[in-house]
Design a protein around this ligand. Structure first.
Ligand SMILES: [Zn+2]
Length: 1037
């Protein structure tokens, strides 16, 4: 009976407990204790009590020996249960493997056992009891109350409570907290000492007991707890011992008597800690003002897992509570927190710990009242004049979101604070959003491109106040619910509120880039099970952000009518306001409001549960068009990777109507292949799928299809929208990278670009060509580089020459100009470098003459190639207080080809005095792109690895970016071996990161591409160089 009942009970586990298992095929939590009816004599245990851990085949017993049962009865009964479980788990390996979750299917025999079952159960218990006796007397380890000295590591049954720092057994083994006790409210009193870089704290945590339990387990890391008291209800407070288990970043209190369901209790902890010297937790930062005075400040960054470094807490997003935060400060400082400063109100909303924030600094604000909310922008005093644009953007966007979501922003105030040294772009803490200076501060005369950066980031963070803060993902596996949404809303709101900022080009290019990453075998599904801190950190990548946003765009474009998508998200926000959700909750809300009814859940679940994306191939026979889908992977994969099937909302246009939205036709491709419902007569010359690239898939048109499109484009560029032209270029390069089409075919498509003047297709083509050019450079294929240069200048030279160097108001033209001139100057096109040098000289002699924002990077990069000008630029960098300009100067400085200067700038970035360490990933990226620096940067990263992961944390976005930067220039076996050797030597210091797998795969792909294409490239480019004018399009495959 135990066997079946236990088996059935596991079906009732909360979905997330199963999903979050590290082992997808084998759910590792078997919830015995909930099933109290099966063992009526057994007191209701904490449902988190007993766990089977498949990785090590060890059984974990929790809380046994600590309840009020008779000891013998307890040992016997628990052993029986354990053996039942153990038997079950072993047998589960023999079960039919049709579903990984077979074990969950409820067994009906449990509810009303037949006589035969009863006999079987009794027999089973007898066997179990005998086995228990045998095991008990076996040498090695068995169940004892005192735990198990690890005498024999191969013993299958072993009690594995870890040891707390004081030597006692720590009563919990998992990384996720038990569910038996939930926090209701926190009262935090903090006293930071910025002179000594420490702080003292008192945390009063009110909790309610949801299941009987004899311990409270919560998070806390590097906190020196000096006193702890505990009380139940209004009872007296008594001192308790707090156990700490550092490996899991947890603390716990054990009780001799069980806490009972429904009780309220209060844990008060007095502690002290050091302010962090990294970018997470409660950390200190500093800046030097114009007069040379250094100012210290302190700020927080808790997402994802660092609130535990500032105060003891239940540091998982589903443990929401209210917060009352008091910060003692010296007179010359102001303090900011989620609620209005110095009034110390309790938060009016339940929130997750990662959204708590506080800042202690001498900042000054500008403010404005927006629909009952006081919006303020804070910066260091001397940059106050750069805050106006952010205030205006935040005010407009707040009003937009209040209306769009049909829910008013719930807090009385909203602060946006620019922190001088801050790693993330910004952080959406509820009511106190923190930013990098570069993402919040712009001068009055800044260009639209600089304003676009600020408006985008503000739009993203404000969207989080609803998506993330009001409704929060239950666990980090669904991080995309926060980040994909905020990213999508950022582009959507910008297009509505600031159409002049033309965010559509940016959104299109980020969609291309995330597909490049998602086409790797080492990619991951949007919703991915995560457990360890490193895995949680790694979720902060472009798949959660940009792929999340891309699939939302695809859904919005697919749902009929303007407002369906919006109605669905309003429904979702209202239904789950204040609570936590999983991906399905969102799809269900969208399904509910759809008219006519659409099964959104069915359509979208493939996009969140499968990694990668489909390639749709088109074939035409008579008037029949067949579409076939397959998983698009750059690395050839075995069959298990190619069985993925998506429900693809395909859109298409044809030669008779191809530009306006009315031309768009739809087809839902659910199966491996399908025929378009509407016949396409042979007189239709071509089809273009994925209208405006709103779908998250790529398309192969086959030989004839491509030829027809290429011919059509070379006759008339404007037969397709600019998004469609850019997507043809992107898809073609992707197919060539995979080896499906030849590079000859790529060049035949690019022939049309003589006539292209739109930003998106030009920038996409330049980016792809530049990638190849840079790889050739690193392989020292200098002859080929020279051919490639001729090719690029031949195709884009006229457009490059057309660009002006004055102020330009149109943002899209700025983007185009910036891309073209960067390319021209990096190829040392003479009129480009000359103009850039002239501009720099003028700027040095008269700094009131601003260099247009979009040209700064080009100008500074050209100047930095001369040692004298580099040093001038370096001095200017130290003086400048305009953040966007400063960043462009840094990009210039890092692009020098002088290795001594490269060493200087890398080391300054690591030291953090002149150049803030937050900029180091950017510096490493720029250095790695250059010929002089790429090996140097790789060396730098290896030598300084431990310092890097101390600053940026294993798995973090910064570390992901650093790994990608230094490894992506490689395309040889020797470098592949080096990279492999280095990362595998790191072990727990980073060898397990997904970005390492991505790096290795990318190098292999680069290597493969070179082997496959080098000779073709040589032949083609030489031919083109000897006859530079336009080739006939449509060269065969
Ligand atoms: Zn975000």
């Amino acid at each position: 009976m135990a066997f079946f009942c236990v088996f059935a009970e596991s079906a009732n586990l909360p979905r997330n407990m199963i999903e979050n298992s590290m082992f997808e095929e084998e759910p590792d939590v078997v919830d015995l204790a909930k099933d109290t009816t099966a063992f009526p004599t057994f007191p209701a245990l904490d449902p988190d009590e007993i766990t089977y851990e498949p990785r090590s085949s060890r059984l974990l017993v929790r809380g046994l020996g600590e309840n009020d049962m008779d000891e013998d009865e307890e040992d016997c009964e628990s052993s029986a249960r354990l053996l039942g479980m153990s038997f079950m788990n072993r047998s589960s390996s023999h079960r039919p493997s049709s579903s990984p979750y077979t074990r969950q299917s409820p067994s009906r025999s449990c509810s009303r056992p037949t006589a035969r079952t009863m006999v079987a159960c009794v027999l089973f218990l007898v066997i179990v009891a005998s086995m228990t006796m045998v095991l008990y007397f076996l040498p090695g380890c068995t169940f004892t109350k005192d735990g198990c000295p690890k005498r024999n590591k191969t013993t299958p049954l072993e009690l594995v409570y870890p040891l707390a720092t004081n030597g006692e057994l720590f009563p919990w083994t998992q990384l996720r907290l038990p569910q038996s006790v939930h926090p209701l409210s926190y009262e935090l009193t903090l006293t930071p000492d910025l002179d000594n870089m420490t702080f003292a704290g008192i945390a009063v945590i009110n909790m309610s007991v949801l299941h009987n339990t004899n311990r409270i387990v919560l998070h806390g890391l590097n906190l020196n707890i000096s006193n702890a008291t505990f009380k139940i209800g209004d009872g007296p407070a008594s001192n308790v011992t707090v156990l700490q288990y550092k490996a899991n970043q947890q603390i716990a209190v054990k009780f001799t008597e069980y806490l009972k369901v429904g009780q309220y209790c209060v844990l008060t902890l007095t502690y002290s800690a050091n302010l962090s010297s990294t970018y997470d937790g409660f950390y200190s930062s500093s800046y030097t003002d114009k007069s040379g005075t250094k100012h210290i400040l302190a700020a927080t960054q808790f997402e994802p897992l660092s609130a535990r470094k500032a105060f003891p807490c239940f540091d998982e997003p589903a443990f929401k509570a209210t917060f009352l935060i008091k910060i003692n400060r010296k007179q010359n400082y102001t303090t900011l927190s989620n609620m209005p400063q110095d009034e110390f109100e309790r938060t009016s909303v339940n929130m997750s710990t990662y959204l708590v924030a506080f800042v202690v600094a001498n900042f000054s604000p500008i403010s404005k009242n927006v629909s009952g909310t006081l919006v303020s922008v804070y910066s260091v005093p001397e940059k106050k004049e750069h805050t106006e644009y952010a205030l205006e953007a935040a005010s407009k966007l707040l009003e937009f979101y209040n209306t769009f979501f049909d829910i008013d922003y719930p807090l009385k105030k909203l602060d946006l604070v620019a922190i001088p040294d801050f790693l993330a772009g910004a952080m959406e803490n509820w009511g106190l959003i923190t930013f990098r200076e570069t993402t919040l501060l712009v001068g009055k005369d800044s260009s639209p491109l600089e304003k676009q950066v600020v408006a985008s980031v503000v739009a993203h963070e404000l969207a989080h106040q609803w998506f993330g803060n009001l409704v929060t993902m239950r666990w980090w596996n669904d991080l995309w619910l926060n980040e994909g949404f905020a990213t999508y809303m950022q582009y959507l709101s910008l297009q509505e509120v600031f159409p002049e900022l033309q965010a559509e080009n940016l959104f299109l290019s980020v969609r291309f880039r995330v597909m490049d990453k998602d086409a790797l075998i080492s990619s991951h599904p949007v919703s991915t099970a995560v457990v360890t801190p490193e895995q949680v950190e790694e979720m902060f990548d472009s798949v959660s952000y940009e792929k999340g946003a891309s699939i939302l765009l695809m859904l919005n474009a697919y749902l009929p009518g303007e407002q369906q998508f919006r109605k669905g998200i309003i429904q979702y926000l209202k239904q789950f306001s204040g609570s936590n959700t999983e991906t399905n909750n969102l799809w269900d809300s969208l399904t509910q409001v759809s008219t006519p009814h659409q099964n959104v859940s069915e359509m979208m679940s493939s996009w969140t549960s499968l990694k990668g994306f489909p390639l749709v191939s088109v074939s035409r026979k008579g008037d029949e068009v067949t579409l076939t889908q397959e998983h698009f992977l750059l690395t050839p994969a075995n069959a298990s990777h190619t069985s993925s099937l998506w429900e693809i909302p395909v859109t298409y246009v044809n030669d008779s109507c191809s530009v306006g939205p009315e031309c768009r036709q739809n087809f839902l491709l659910k199966a491996k292949s399908g025929k378009l419902k509407t016949p396409v007569p042979e007189s239709v010359k071509w089809l273009k799928l994925n209208y405006q690239n709103t779908g998250y898939y790529i398309v192969d048109y086959g030989d004839d299809g491509w030829t027809a499109l290429i011919n059509a484009l070379s006759t008339n560029v404007s037969i397709l929208t600019f998004e469609d032209r850019a997507s043809l270029i992107h898809n073609m390069f992707a197919l060539s990278r995979q080896g499906r089409v030849s590079f000859r075919r790529v060049l035949s498509l690019l022939n049309y670009t003589y006539k292209e003047t739109e930003t998106a297709p030009v920038t996409e083509a330049l980016l792809q060509l530049n990638n190849i050019y840079r790889l050739l450079e690193k392989r020292q294929e200098f002859d080929l580089m020279s051919c490639m240069k001729t090719y690029i200048l031949d195709h884009f030279g006229a457009l490059m020459d057309n660009q002006t160097w004055g102020e330009e108001e149109n943002l899209s033209k700025q983007e185009l100009r910036s891309a073209l001139l960067s390319m021209a100057c990096s190829l040392e096109k003479e009129n480009c470098t000359q103009s850039a040098n002239d501009m720099f000289k003028q700027y040095v002699s008269n700094q009131t003459r601003r260099i247009p924002g979009d040209l700064q990077q080009v100008v500074f990069s050209v100047a930095a190639q001369s040692r004298t000008d580099w040093l001038i630029l370096y001095d200017m960098y130290k003086q400048s207080t305009v953040d966007a300009e400063k960043r462009n100067m840094l990009l210039g400085l890092a692009s020098t080809q002088d290795t001594q200067l490269l060493a200087k700038i890398l080391n300054e970035g690591l030291k953090g005095d002149v150049i803030q360490t937050q900029e180091l990933p950017l510096i490493i990226n720029t250095v790695s792109r250059g010929f002089a620096g790429y090996l140097f940067a790789w060396d730098f990263v290896q030598v300084n690895w431990d310092r890097l992961i101390e600053k940026f944390l294993v798995g973090s976005f910064a570390i992901q970016s650093i790994i990608k930067s230094v490894t992506s220039p490689f395309s040889t076996q020797a470098h592949l071996d080096q990279v492999k050797a280095f990362f595998s030597s790191l072990q727990e210091r980073g060898s397990q990161m997904r970005s390492v797998q991505e790096a290795l795969e990318t190098i292999r792909l680069n290597q493969l591409w070179m082997e496959r294409n080098l000779s073709t490239l040589r032949e083609l480019l030489t031919k083109i160089q000897s006859q530079p004018q336009k080739e006939e399009p449509g060269v065969s495959h």
